[in-house]
Design a protein around this ligand. Structure first.
Ligand code: NAD
Ligand code: TYD
Length: 352
């Protein structure tokens, strides 16, 4: 069936994989990628599908009321998959207001514009909001996992802004019967991950023999999922999820930060032909992140049992694919670290 789907944040890490998943698997859909190209947006992430006939890029800000209204008039969207966000916890500690603007106000602007454009006739429409497990707060006991009914307890400005946006999405469903679906996913890793986040930062620093900054004692635990498996889950939930429902997405794959960093060191040493243990010497313990959440762990059994999703790769396979991708794409990371990534591609796409 023909559909016009708006994906927001499709030049970012996860959004670029979601855009590719939809553009390549659904030639009958038209995918419109709306992205403001903030520091985290990089058109190089989706250069391979940029000229596909069922794909259009629109540069714009989700907080811009008039722009978003015009976009909904220009395209008669059947669905929205909303990923655009400020996404880095450390930045949210330094500048919370940027997170309120994009994550809260931007999301409400999209909800409101879609509601008005769809004129309360929601037949066949859906608004899919992509969220995080960080809204649930932190876990202490090893036998505890986040389920869809876990009480919200956000503890960083990032997670508070995402929790707030989730509340607005549910409020639109309750108040206006607006057709929403939410998913809350654990930490992602994979190709095109911006090198301010743990895994790509460590890979790049190991390559450059720079210090590997581990916060606190490295005891914090994250549950890692390969980004392409997140994109596959979003596809399944968008098509088969029940309106009004929430689905947790996770890989059942918990790692203490320090163990993960050591694994990256040994993997990179082997791939780069370095002496065993060489990169571990770069590990540098630094002051802990303010309010650092101890442990996240997702129970994804609702998604697995009700919609039949499961991860396609093990962590060993996903991490090997990720390291191999960085080893063959140093240009990608160099363009980011030298600041060229936006200029070059904006010119190529005649944007700005
Ligand atoms: P990212 O920071 O890599 O990308 C965000 C994208 O949104 C960028 O392309 C950026 O240019 C765009 N954007 C930011 N502000 C915008 C605005 N005002 N208007 C339009 N576009 C704007 O983020 P990501 O890691 O790909 O995360 C995508 C989504 O998934 C976010 O909503 C995030 O909360 C959620 N999520 C991320 C993770 C993770 O591990 N990275 C896990 C669970 C959920
Ligand atoms: P991050 O990739 O920023 O994701 P999130 O904070 O959303 O989970 O960080 C993952 C974990 O790694 C988190 O516990 C903080 C830690 N960390 C470090 O120890 N050093 C670093 O340089 C970074 C960026 C993160």
């Amino acid at each position: 069936m023909n559909k016009i789907i708006l994906i927001t944040g499709g030049a970012g890490f996860i959004g670029s994989h979601v855009v590719r998943q939809f553009v390549t698997n659904y030639p009958q859909y038209h995918i419109v990628n709306l992205d403001a190209l903030t520091y985290a947006g990089n058109l190089e992430n989706i250069v391979d599908i940029a000229t596909f006939p069922n794909y259009t890029f629109e540069k714009g800000d989700i907080t811009d009321i008039l722009f978003v209204e015009k976009l909904f008039l220009k395209y008669n969207f059947d669905g929205v998959i909303h990923l655009a966000a400020e996404s880095h916890v450390d930045r949210s500690i330094a500048d919370p207001m940027a997170f309120v603007l994009t994550n809260v106000i931007g999301t409400v602007n999209l909800l409101n514009t879609a509601k008005n454009a769809w004129k309360s006739n929601f037949e066949g429409k859906r608004f899919y909001h992509v969220s995080t497990d960080e809204v649930y707060g932190e876990l202490h006991n090893l036998d505890e996992f986040f389920v869809e009914t876990t009480k919200y307890n956000p503890r960083s400005p990032y997670s508070a802004s995402k929790a707030s946006s989730d509340h607005f999405v549910r409020a639109y469903h309750n108040t206006y019967k607006f057709p929403v679906i939410i998913s809350n996913c654990s930490n992602n890793y994979g190709p095109n991950h911006f090198p301010e986040k743990l895994i790509p930062l460590m890979i790049n620093n190991i390559r450059n023999k720079k210090p590997l900054p581990v916060y606190g004692k490295g005891e914090n635990v994250r549950d890692w999922l390969y980004v392409i498996d997140h994109a596959r889950a979003i596809d399944v939930i968008f098509h088969n999820g029940i309106i009004g429902e929430t689905y947790n997405i996770g890989g059942n794959n918990e790692w203490k930060n320090i163990d993960l960093v050591k694994l990256l060191c040994s993997t990179m040493d082997e791939k780069l032909g370095r002496k065993k243990g060489e990169s571990e010497e770069l590990i540098t313990y630094i002051a802990d992140r303010a309010g650092h959440d101890l442990r996240y762990a997702i129970n994804a059994s609702k998604l697995m049992n009700e919609l039949g999703w499961s991860p396609s790769v093990t962590f060993e396979e996903g991490l090997a694919k990720t390291v191999d991708w960085y080893l063959s794409n140093w240009d990608w990371i160099d363009h980011i670290t030298n600041g060229d990534y936006q200029k070059y591609y904006e010119e190529m796409y005649k944007i700005g």
